[in-house]
Design a protein around this ligand. Structure first.
Ligand code: AMP
Length: 378
C-alpha cells in the first residue's frame, strides 16, 4: 500500500493527530495551537495531559483499528509522541493520512538490536555490543567486552529500567534470567566523560536543522540536568551534529529526532535514538527562537524547518514526583527566581520517578545557573 503524502503544506485550521497523550503530546499540542492547528490525541486514558489541552481526544488503545480509523477520519496529518506505538498502527494510518516519522524509523527505535545494526550498517559510531536471545550466548559475548558490560532488554526500556551493569558473565546471566529470558543486548560499559544529545528536525523537503548540542546528566537512570551548550570542544559539537544528520538522512527521516551519545576521550558513540521530541530538548522552549515542538508541528504540517538560534545559555532540570512529594517543596520559591521558566504537565498524581514538569533556567553564565540549581534543590 502506498503511503499517503502531503500535497501541500497544511494551513491553520487543519487538524494534526498525535499518538500518545503524555507530556510530549501536551507540549506538541500547545505549539500546534499557537500556530492555529487543532490537535486530536489518541490515548486510552481519561486523564491524559495532552488531551487536557487539545480540541479532540479519541480514547482507544494504540493497536485498536476502530480507534485508529476514528483518528484518521479527523486528521490531516499524524505523528507520535512515543516510540512504543506499534509500527503496524502507523502503517495502517498512513494508508489514508500522511504520517511522520516513517514507521520503519519508529520500528528501529523500538528495539536496541535493530538500532545497533542500523548504526553499524550505515557506518555510524557505536560501542561494542552483542544481541542476546538465549543464555548460552552470554559467555562468548561477555568475553568480547572490556570486563564490565551493561545488559539491557531490547524493548521497552526507559529511564534506566530493564538494564543492569554486570562485571562477569555470571552476573549477566543472572540479569538475563531476572528480565524473564527476553531478547536483550549486551553492551560494553563506556567510561564516558559525558553524555550528549542532538535534537534535530528534518522536513519533507530534506532540509535538516539541528539544535545546539546538549550535555546530559542522569540520576538513578533518569535525566536530571541538561546543560546547553554542552561543555565540550567545538570539534565534538560538529562531529555530533554530523553523526545525527547522517543518521536522519539514512532513515529518510521526517520529524524531530533525538540522538543520545557518549563522549569518551573525544570520540562519540551513539547510545540510542528517540523518534520524537526528547526531554533533553525541552530547553529549546525558552532558550531558542523555535522549540523542538514548533519544529515537530512544522515538519508534520509540511512547512520548512525553521533556522534555530539559542538566545542564551540554559540549564534544564526535571521536576520529578520525588521533589513535589517533599514536605518543604515550594512552588512560590521556584516561581520567584529570575529567568526560571517553570513548565508543569498537569499530571493528577505525583509519584516517585514520575516526570511532573521541568524548569528552564536562563542566564549569561552556565556556572551561575548550576550554582542556582544547587541552591534550589537544597
Ligand atoms: P539508556 O536507557 O540506554 O539511555 O541508559 C540510561 C543511562 O545508563 C545512560 O544515560 C547512561 O548514563 C547509562 N548507560 C547506558 N548504557 C551504558 C553503557 N554502555 N556504558 C555506560 N553507561 C551506560
Amino acid at each position: 500500500m502506498v503511503a499517503k503524502k502531503l500535497n501541500q503544506p497544511l494551513e491553520p485550521g487543519a487538524t494534526l493527530g498525535v499518538l500518545g497523550g503524555g507530556q510530549l503530546g501536551r507540549m506538541f499540542s500547545q505549539a500546534a495551537s499557537k500556530m492555529g492547528y487543532k490537535v486530536c490525541v489518541l490515548d486510552p486514558s481519561a486523564d491524559s495531559p495532552a488531551a487536557e489541552v487539545s480540541a479532540l481526544h479519541v480514547r482507544a488503545e494504540f493497536d485498536d483499528q476502530a480507534g485508529l480509523a476514528r483518528l484518521a477520519e479527523q486528521c490531516d496529518a499524524i505523528t507520535t509522541e512515543f516510540e512504543n506505538v506499534p509500527a503496524d498502527s502507523l502503517r495502517f494510518l498512513q494508508t489514508s493520512v500522511p504520517v511522520c516519522p516513517p514507521p520503519e524509523a519508529v520500528e528501529i527505535a523500538q528495539n536496541r538490536n535493530l538500532e545497533k545494526s542500523f548504526f553499524k550498517d550505515h557506518r555510524l559510531p557505536v560501542n561494542t555490543c552483542a544481541q542476546i536471545t538465549e543464555a548460552a550466548q552470554i559467555d562468548s559475548a561477555f568475553a568480547k567486552m572490556s570486563g564490565k558490560a551493561v545488559l539491557k532488554t531490547a524493548r521497552f526500556g526507559y529511564d534506566g529500567k530493564g538494564q543492569q551493569v554486570c562485571s562477569s558473565a555470571a552476573e549477566a546471566a543472572a540479569a538475563f534470567e531476572s528480565f524473564g529470558v527476553q531478547e536483550c543486548v549486551l553492551e560494553d560499559f563506556v567510561p564516558f566523560d559525558c553524555e550528549v544529545s542532538v535534537v534535530l528536525a528534518r522536513d519533507v523537503y530534506g532540509n535538516i536543522e539541528a539544535f545546539p548540542l546538549v550535555e546530559n546528566q542522569h540520576k538513578n537512570g533518569i535525566l536530571d540536568l541538561c546543560i546547553v551548550p554542552a561543555r565540550v570542544p567545538q570539534t565534538v559539537r560538529q562531529q555530533a551534529a554530523d553523526v545525527a544528520t547522517k543518521l536522519a538522512e539514512s532513515m529518510q527521516y521526517v520529524g524531530v529526532l533525538a540522538v543520545e551519545m557518549f563522549v569518551c576521550d573525544g570520540a562519540l558513540s551513539i547510545n540510542e535514538i528517540a523518534p520524537r521530541p526528547h526531554n533533553s530538548g525541552h530547553y529549546t522552549m525558552d532558550a531558542c527562537n523555535y522549540s523542538q515542538f514548533d519544529q515537530q508541528v512544522r515538519t508534520l504540517a509540511g512547512l520548512p524547518v525553521a533556522k534555530v538560534v539559542q538566545h542564551q545559555p540554559a540549564v534544564m532540570y526535571n521536576l520529578l514526583g520525588d521533589q513535589l512529594l517533599e514536605d518543604n517543596f515550594q512552588w512560590l520559591k521556584l516561581q520567584s527566581i529570575d529567568n526560571a521558566h517553570v513548565h508543569v504537565y498537569g499530571k493528577a498524581e505525583a509519584r516517585l520517578g514520575r516526570k511532573m514538569g521541568h524548569v528552564n533556567l536562563l542566564g549569561a553564565e552556565t556556572s551561575d545557573l548550576l550554582d542556582k540549581i544547587v541552591g534550589l534543590k537544597n
